[in-house]
Design a protein around this ligand. Structure first.
Ligand code: ZN
Length: 268
């Protein structure tokens, strides 16, 4: 999306600010990005990426609740486009664009299937913008909309699965550091490993500081307030919250032999 904007840069429009406020009210741990990238609708202050993964059973329903709320309040909010990924009844992923005030083709407030490139780009985030189209390098009138945050937050909470706003985001930091996939370095007295988590409950690890190459695939789940990882020879528990900026602690319980401690930090 480079070179699509040559107007003022680096300031969020009032509507984007108001949307951010509404999302934080409804879903306090939500992660959003606004001003980013090159000469785009993002640097223009007219767009937001809401980091909710379309393949996460915890995050997708929240994204759907946000979309439903944005549709029901579209006249007050005056957004232009939504871009995201959904699943059809056969379980196939498809990218879609939903126009409202956009000049692009398509029936307003309906999902229009888009190409595979869009599918992969917008799998891990919902994009929303107030971008009026190429060649218009100033904010449209509706970018100055505000005052809708309380109504929008209430609509999101009414649509979201109960508890989603509070609970479902504990493991978010597992997967993503900003837009990058997160990797974790796990050290015990015996070994050091690099871990990588999938949204579907899988986790891969490889030995990082041993002379031999070991790779293994396990499973993760939340077990009360702890993250539980199941491996071939052990079960591991990480204390939460999962905060990539902090060192985490936990324990390894081998199926044979004694318990030992582990330390987790974000890998470079
Ligand atoms: Zn975006």
């Amino acid at each position: 999306m480079s070179d699509e904007w040559t107007g003022n840069k680096g300031v969020e429009c009032p509507a984007v600010k108001e949307l951010k406020l509404a999302l934080k009210m409804a879903v306090p741990n939500i992660w959003v990005a606004t001003i980013a990238g090159e000469e785009s609708r993002h640097t223009a202050g007219l767009a937001m990426d809401v980091m909710l993964h379309s393949q996460s059973p915890a995050q997708k329903p929240v994204a759907d609740a946000i979309i439903d709320a944005l549709v029901s309040l579209a006249p007050q909010i005056g957004w232009y486009d939504l871009i995201y990924v959904d699943w059809d009844i056969d379980g196939m992923a498809f990218g879609f664009q939903m126009p409202y005030l956009s000049r692009d083709k398509g029936t307003p407030l309906e999902k229009h299937r888009t190409d595979a490139g869009t599918t992969s780009d917008h799998k891990n985030h919902l994009h929303i913008d107030w971008w009026p189209g190429k060649g218009i390098n100033k904010w449209p009138a509706t970018a100055n909309n505000s005052g809708f945050s309380t109504a929008l937050a209430n609509a999101i909470l009414a649509n979201a699965p109960s508890g989603a706003a509070r609970d479902l985001f504990a493991p978010r930091g597992l997967f993503m550091t900003g837009w990058k996939e997160a990797k974790w370095e796990v050290t015990t007295e015996a070994a050091s490993w690099i871990y990588h988590f999938d949204h579907d409950g899988g986790v891969d690890r490889r030995a990082s500081k041993t002379p031999w190459k070991v790779a293994e695939r396990g499973h993760w789940d939340m077990d009360g307030a702890k993250l539980k990882l199941i491996w071939k020879d052990s079960v591991e528990f990480w204390n939460t919250p999962i905060d990539p900026s902090k060192q985490l602690h936990g324990e390894v319980r081998p199926y044979q032999g004694g318990l030992h401690w582990l330390v987790v930090k974000k890998a470079k």
